[in-house]
Design a protein around this ligand. Sequence first.
Ligand code: PLP
Length: 363
Amino acid sequence: MAQDFSRKIIQNIQPYIPGKSIAEVAEQTRRTDIIKLASNENPLGASVTWDRLKESFEDINLYPHQAASPLVLKLCQHWNVTPQEIILGNGSDEIIQLLTQAYLNPGDNIITSMHTFSVYEATTQIMDAEIRTLPMREYTIDLDAMLTVLTDSTKLIFIANPNNPTGTIITHQPLVDFLEKMPKNILIVLDEAYADYATHTDFPRTIELMKTYANLVVLRTFSKLYGLAGLRIGYGIAHPTVIDVLQKIRPPFNVNSLALVAGALALDNHAHVSKSKALNESGKQFLYDELDRLKLIYLKTEANFVCIFLPILGKEVMQILLQEGIIIRPLESFNMPHAIRVTIGLPEQNLRFITALKKVLKR
Ligand SMILES: Cc1ncc(COP(=O)(O)O)c(C=O)c1O
């Protein structure tokens, strides 16, 4: 076997293990009716049809051109920002990676929360930097606690809002108070992958806050509400100084041509956006009602998934539900072994999930 002479820090990293795919579960269970409620994808599908994509798509033999793509201009109009304040990524995951690459020296640290998105930690590890992880307060990110663990080497703070997998949020004023107290040489990354689903009237107006706080970075994605997870397209909005830094280190053609076209079309498909939001709201209410009836504890969500606590281990629940053809996410890797995360699906999918969950609870 060849010797692994990669950097020592890389040798200690565990690879990301994705959940099971529909095809894998179909083969394993010999069922044809598999539903995936594990990765918070849009159950209505993409906001763009193949026909519309083909109409707008140019030659595949040419390299993609980010700066000239209509997507950047559309995003500028959408958010009322300039092109110098936007960077596109191969999913918002990539922007997280660029941020850690650009700002972390070995020995620096990031601050993040327990029970949150794992990519902040994974990308930081690669840079040989320290991860300061704080407990949550009632499953909500504890901003006050973050202030107590700052050091001179703190470079980035990652806040998923709404948080994955709890679905909880930080509201506007507490965020402002936090930003006021934060040193200006620490970047505060607000990861708003699920913000499109948030209905709370006091959800932070982060783009507005960017005008006052130049150390604020906002991340958004087309993977969730817009249903383009497979094409990998997300973006960051920040002060031009920060965007310039990220532009310097991004791979030149990081976003493919199809994703650029699809993103622009998706932003214009207002009907799909409204329909997806409405579906999420009704599905959420259905799940709440059923979970109340089952007397299960769950967290009120501002996203497109619900975090449910169960009397048995989440990974056991997952195994049983797989036999019923339903893929959900156990939360052991998020340090919540007795919880699962289920994506809010189509009405018939939500019903199938609840029916199967009842069977699990009867065992
Ligand atoms: C909180 C959070 N941020 C970012 C992402 C990454 O999204 P993308 O598909 O844009 O890379 C996810 C994906 O699940 C997420 O849950």
